[in-house]
Write a protein of this length. Structure first.
Length: 175
């Protein structure tokens, strides 16, 4: 399958590694634009963007995913599917319609629990004993499409949100 991957933070990298090790063709990586970081506030690539750049894979960084230039480039690439892990922006209907099999998101909760941003932090803060990851079809709503698969992960008493998110990112990459 011809893929364009959408993701931004370090938790997206295990899924990129899994795609790179697969038989699929990775055409480009869609990520958020470079952002100021550190004390000097220098512009820094996202971890997903850096991963792609290091491998010579095209990096797409539209200011907004509804930008006409981005939509035109996505249509030119003609992906079969766009896997998503923590991209960080809502995908507009015009972009959702381009890939033949749609956009498939890895979300770090057992949907419908903890839709939206920071699901792992919500699970830890609310004392959940178990959480997980869900793979589902993106639709116009927020984390509302049909779920294709899930995995569960116990929340240990000593877990931080970071510990749990790292485990979910690696386990979820196999979904």
């Amino acid at each position: 399958m011809r893929l364009v991957f959408a993701g931004t933070p370090a938790v997206a990298v295990p899924a990129l590694d899994a795609i790179a090790a697969s038989r699929h063709e990775l055409l480009a990586v869609l990520t958020r634009p470079d952002a100021p970081a550190g004390r000097g506030r220098h512009l820094v690539r996202s971890p997903a963007g850096a991963w792609a750049h290091e491998r010579g894979i095209e990096v797409l960084t539209p200011g907004r995913p509804r930008d006409p230039e981005f939509l035109a480039r996505l249509a030119e690439l003609d992906p079969d599917c766009v896997p998503v892990v923590a991209y960080g922006a809502l995908v507009p209907p015009g972009a959702l319609e381009i890939p033949r099999y749609g956009w498939i998101n890895l979300h770090f909760s057992l949907l419908p629990a903890w839709r939206g941003a920071a699901p792992v932090q919500h699970a830890v803060l609310h004392g959940d004993e178990v959480t997980g990851a869900s793979v589902f079809q993106l639709e116009a709503g927020l984390d509302t499409g049909p779920v294709f698969g899930t995995l569960t992960e116990p929340i240990r008493p000593t877990d931080t949100a970071g510990d749990l998110l790292e485990r979910l990112a690696h386990a979820g990459a196999r979904l």
